[in-house]
Design a protein around this ligand. Structure first.
Ligand code: TMP
Length: 234
């Protein structure tokens, strides 16, 4: 094992250019201060990320995904991580509602893209382009590419989820470098997206855990089933 994070473990493989990612059921919120377990979350997040990375690759977005290994793990390219979290928002929710004093659910005329410095100790502070460039976290060309890819991911995933009766309210992405190229990394799952059922408005994501709404396992499994297009064992 090379590294254990809050939601995943990373293992070395025989190939120095690839690593194995194992998704855990442990859930945290508020920089790890709230802890719990969502049964089967690791399976859902692995399978959902695999399906979405494959979709994005087919739409021209380079991702770290290589192949699924088993229910909880996937083989990925080993990236040099860029310590910036990119959030794309289609509707006001979460920290944006707090920051701007707007009700959750307020429509946005176009997507908002935000960047945060990935640091639990500092509580992932929001940063602007100058911080990213002057700190040397990315070059101007890399930052431009990150933004272009993040908005492209939104263009691909929004209609994909809408076809499954889910609104992609917002989501967080992480990027890294692989052989000099900017590549999408990390995961795309109900841990990292806000997904609202378009008929009921029900939250189908980690906000169920963050806000003690209950039913998080059922919501995660339902999202996976809508993505996989049927009832599959979880
Ligand atoms: P926020 O409204 O709390 O800033 O979250 C925006 C999006 O980013 C939301 O879809 C959840 C996701 N997110 C993460 O993936 N990791 C985090 O640590 C946080 C705070 C948010």
């Amino acid at each position: 094992m090379l590294y254990e994070g809050k939601a995943k473990k990373i293992f070395a493989t025989a190939d120095a250019d690839t690593v194995l990612v194992e998704y855990k059921d442990e859930a945290t919120a508020f920089d790890g201060t709230k802890r719990g377990v969502i049964q089967s979350k690791g399976i859902v997040n692995n399978r959902m990320s695999a399906a979405l990375f494959a979709l994005l690759e087919s739409e021209g977005v380079p991702t770290h995904f290589i192949k699924t290994i088993d229910g909880r793990s996937m083989l990925v390219k080993r990236l040099q991580i860029i310590p910036v979290e990119v959030v794309v928002r289609n509707r006001v929710a979460g920290s944006l509602a707090t920051r701007l004093g707007l009700p959750e659910g307020t429509a946005l005329r176009s997507p908002i893209l935000e960047t945060y410095y990935k640091s639990d100790e500092l509580h992932d502070p929001m940063v602007c382009d100058s911080h990213i460039l002057v700190m040397g976290w990315a070059t101007p060309a890399q930052l431009q590419r990150i933004k272009e890819l993040a908005l492209r991911v939104n263009e691909v995933l929004r209609p994909f989820f809408l076809d499954r009766s889910l609104e992609l309210v917002d989501f967080k992405l992480e990027f890294g470098l692989y052989k000099g190229e900017v590549v999408l990394g990390d995961e795309i799952s109900p841990d990292t997206c806000r997904l609202w059922d378009i008929r009921t408005g029900e939250k189908m994501d980690k906000d169920r855990f963050r806000r003690d709404l209950g039913g998080e396992r059922e919501a995660y499994v339902e999202v996976l089933q809508r993505i996989e297009g049927g009832v599959h064992d979880v």
